[in-house]
Design a protein around this ligand. Structure first.
Ligand SMILES: [Zn+2]
Length: 248
């Protein structure tokens, strides 16, 4: 059985490989690069792209609103299929497909900026929505923090991804290239080059992947975090300060 980490990677790899413009649209993701942040006080419109039922929509938005206790931003649910909305969500994907682009990079996308395949009955639903909206507000993966030092077993991860996709992809060279890109952009640490807002590494962050021991060398593993951590809150307060925070 494919776990959710590999399922999401496989989904992104398929998108890359099957996109006619894959070579042109490939972008590196970066932890907390300030250019992806929205403006403090901004209202972000949220639109669903596929006939999601009202209760499902409201639950996603209500869950996402937990971030607004710490970030000076506003969410506004607008009509379905609004291509002008800053956050555009699909829910008609497989249950283990959940992802979002980073912050205002959504403005460069022509289709959805986020996918939430998790069902309301999934015990991980709230954590998944919080994680994806963390991305939508500009946070990248905490496990890619320059000081995370996770001993990923790339020799094990590469064949796992390749095995799933090898039969359906003709261009094996392109597949290998896409797998390396996926590992670099979703798993490995980003450089500490001074362009990012970096708070100390936090294993409790909602932005940290669950890490299975079978994907690492040795005994390193991390459980799935369920709630916004203290560091996550601090990150949002720093990036999206409320005016009274600045005065007090
Ligand atoms: Zn993520």
């Amino acid at each position: 059985m494919v776990d959710s980490l590999l399922a999401s990677s496989t989904y992104r790899l398929r998108k890359k490989l099957y996109s006619a413009h894959a070579q042109h649209t490939r972008r590196k993701r970066s932890v907390g690069v300030t250019s992806v942040f929205w403006s403090a006080g901004q209202t972000l419109r949220i639109s669903f792209l596929n006939g999601t039922c009202p209760w499902h929509k409201q639950t996603i938005v209500a869950t996402a609103c937990h971030w607004l206790r710490y970030a000076n931003l506003h969410f506004k649910l607008v009509n379905d299929g609004d291509s002008q909305a800053e956050i555009r969500i699909r829910t008609d994907v497989a249950e283990d497909i959940n992802y979002s682009v980073l912050g205002n990079q959504s403005l460069n996308e022509t289709d959805e900026s986020m996918a939430i395949g998790a069902k309301l009955s999934d015990p991980r639903f709230e954590a998944i929505v919080l994680h994806e909206f963390g991305h939508a507000l500009g946070m990248d993966h905490e496990h890619q923090h320059p000081h995370a030092n996770i001993p990923w077993d790339l020799a094990a991860l590469r064949p796992l991804l390749r095995e799933i996709l090898a039969k359906e992809v003709d261009d094996q060279e392109a597949l290998d290239d896409a797998i390396e890109d996926e590992l670099a952009t979703q798993f490995l640490p980003v450089p500490d080059d001074g362009t990012r807002l970096l708070l100390p590494y936090d294993r409790q962050s909602i932005m940290h992947y669950q890490v299975r021991q079978t994907h690492t060398v040795g005994n390193w593993k991390a459980r799935r975090n369920q709630v916004i951590s203290e560091k996550d809150k601090r990150f949002m307060r720093l990036v999206y300060p409320h005016p009274c925070q600045l005065r007090c």
